[in-house]
Design a protein around this ligand. Structure first.
Ligand code: F6R
Length: 606
């Protein structure tokens, strides 16, 4: 999604702005630009596509200055074109904006009536034009910004640079993250704390309604009316070693291979040395609940579907699972003994955040599982359980998904124990089983030959179908999502039993069908579905243990043999070959694996 980077320093800033944009690039973008105060005054450069295009432009027509703003844009209003790229500017002011100005159509009409012409199709351009309109009425820069902020509806993080105020930056936040970093050289700002890591000793997260006025040695934060707000700079603890591929060809591959360590960290955090569970888990009021309502988007929602199977079967707690963009606009009844659980890697996904606010407003107790623990969801929910995945850079989520699964399984076990669905001894046995996951994951990740060979057969396909029953169904959903995201192959996922109700019409010899069939009570049912696919010529790729592979040998084209394991942890392990399959298919196709087209790491718009 869009990213802001800016700085007001005592040194030349251009390369720092480009470094900042590079650090933001993992979020996904389709154009980029910078504006700064050079000797000639306010100037900008913008380019469509990758950052190399912008740096190439800067080589041809360099820009130098000590104060500047920069932006990576992920298109919402208007195509990914240079004229829609930020910063947007007039002769007086340049602005970079994240978020959406909901009343932009009305503002645009008003500005056009006053004689202002628009260069772009964006909602963002209304901001510099509105500021300029107020400057033309004789207001100071600060007054013009304040009056503009008062007119904006929607969510925004804004940085603004004025032509005749060359040593200052203005920044404002309402609903979209903005962080200020400080060092001896001055101040840097970004919408993503990770982009500030190597430039700042201390940071401050701006809050909604904050307006900052910054020179290289002074920071003043007020509300939008100008009343001083006290904000404290805290030491920056963000960990920079997450940056860099550390020998892996892609971040996605590195993150797939980090999963054993991530699960170990999760267990180390939630299981204390004396064998008891972390107080954050134990103190949750799970025994008082009549229902759990899980809300999330994309991969995080599939983790929620897995949790539904676990919670209902192991803990006896009924669970609803909702896609956040649907949930937020439904009139959902909120029974008092229901808890709403929000799952999110970023903690900033606009739909999930809005759903959380919707539930809070409805009086629901809210719990969030988030990987970014200083995110909006973390601070706005009643309770929060951190995911211990570390920073995830690959746009396609991998380690955050298995971290979500491990945390949700722990939550299930705590609930089952407090509901007296399992004994203390059974709890201990389940925890022991969970402790075997990192080793099993390590073993699996060391045997990828079959998956690479399968990917080689698959990468020329135009479609793929994923099937699973029971708890393997959400894994089919996640496997199909991974494949389509990074390889652009159309993939559909179905509960295996649903196949005959329509999708079976698509099965022929050109349709690869990936069937996830772990051993267990549903294996024989899935085997029947596998035979239905075989009878119609489908090209079957089966994931099961050796016994399952043997039983289906006559009908299977490719077998991915999974190790023996307790049924409890199957979702954590069966996910890995699906991630690797998608990865290698994309590698053979030559797509942009870490930054697939049209996708953003953190979807902060509706
Ligand atoms: C898929 C993927 C997305 C996210 C979704 C929710 O690989 O990454 O589907 O899972 O956008 O994002 P978070 O978890 O940040 O709320």
């Amino acid at each position: 999604m869009c990213g802001i980077y800016a700085g007001v320093t005592n040194h030349s800033i251009t390369t720092h702005l480009i470094d900042g944009l590079n650090a933001l690039s993992y979020r996904g973008y389709d154009s980029a630009g910078i504006a700064l105060i050079s000797k000639q005054g306010l100037e900008r450069r913008r380019a469509k596509g990758k950052l190399d295009n912008l740096t190439g432009l800067l080589k041809q027509t360099p820009l130098e200055g000590k104060v500047g703003i920069a932006h990576t844009r992920w298109a919402t209003h208007g195509k990914p074109e240079c004229r829609n790229a930020h910063p947007h500017m007039t002769l007086e002011v340049a602005v970079a904006h994240n978020g959406i100005i909901e009343n932009y159509a009305e503002l645009r009409k008003e500005l056009e009536a006053c004689g202002f012409g628009f260069e772009s199709e964006t909602d963002s351009e209304t901001i510099p034009l509105l500021i300029t309109c107020y400057l033309h009425k004789g207001m100071t820069q600060c007054e013009a910004i304040q009056n503009t902020l008062a007119r904006l509806e929607g969510s925004f993080a804004i940085v603004a640079l004025f032509d005749n105020c060359p040593d200052q930056l203005f920044a404002a936040r309402q609903g979209s993250p903005l962080v200020i970093g400080h060092s001896d050289a001055g101040f840097y700002l970004s919408s993503d704390e990770n982009a500030l890591i190597d430039k700042s000793d201390a940071i401050c997260h701006m809050q909604d309604g904050d307006l900052a006025r910054i020179t290289h040695n002074r920071l003043i934060i007020t509300d939008f009316e100008g009343n001083i707000r006290k904000r404290v700079m805290t030491p920056s603890y963000a960990i920079s070693e997450e940056q860099g591929k550390q020998g892996y060809r892609h971040y996605m591959l590195k993150e797939i291979y980090q999963q054993p360590a991530v699960i170990q960290q999760t267990l180390d955090h939630y299981l204390q040395e004396d064998g008891t569970l972390h107080p954050d888990l134990k103190s949750l009021p799970m025994e008082s609940l009549c229902r759990l309502s899980i809300v999330a988007c994309g991969t995080s929602s599939y983790a929620g579907v897995v949790a539904k199977y676990w919670m209902e079967e192991i803990a006896g707690l009924p669970v609803d699972i909702d896609i956040a963009s649907e949930y937020r606009y439904r009139n959902t009844p909120y029974p008092p003994q229901q808890m709403a659980l929000f799952i999110s890697q970023s903690g900033e996904t606009a739909d999930t955040l809005a759903a959380l606010r919707h539930a809070s407003k409805g009086g629901q107790q809210t719990l969030s599982l988030v990987n970014v623990t200083n995110s909006s969801m973390a601070s706005e929910s009643d309770r929060m359980l951190p995911l211990l995945a570390g920073q995830e850079i690959g746009v396609a989520s991998t380690k955050a998904f298995t971290a979500q699964l491990a945390t949700l399984l722990l939550l299930t076990l705590v609930t089952a124990r407090s509901n007296r669905q399992i004994t203390q001894l059974q709890l201990q046995q389940h925890l022991n089983t969970l402790n075997t996951v990192p080793r099993l994951m390590d073993d699996l990740l060391n045997q990828t030959d079959t998956i690479r060979n399968t990917a080689q057969q698959l990468y020329r396909s135009e479609h793929a179908t994923y099937l699973g029953r029971g708890i393997a169904y959400p894994l089919a959903l996640e496997g199909a999502l991974k494949l389509k995201e990074i390889s652009y192959i159309h993939a559909q996922a179905y509960p295996a039993g649903e196949l005959k109700h329509g999708p079976i019409a698509l099965i022929d010899e050109r349709m690869p069908v990936i069937i996830i069939a772990p051993p267990g009570p549903l294996f024989s049912k899935t085997l029947s579905n596998l035979r239905e696919v075989h009878a119609r010529g489908g090209n079957i790729i089966l994931l099961s243990n050796q016994a399952g592979i043997d039983q289906a040998a006559d009908f299977t084209d490719t077998a991915i043999v999974m190790p023996e394991m307790d049924a409890l942890i199957q979702p954590l392990l069966y996910t890995l070959p699906l991630q690797l399959l998608a990865y290698y298919v994309a590698l053979y196709k030559g797509t942009d694996i870490d930054q697939p087209r049209n996708l953003a790491k953190s979807v902060t718009v509706e």
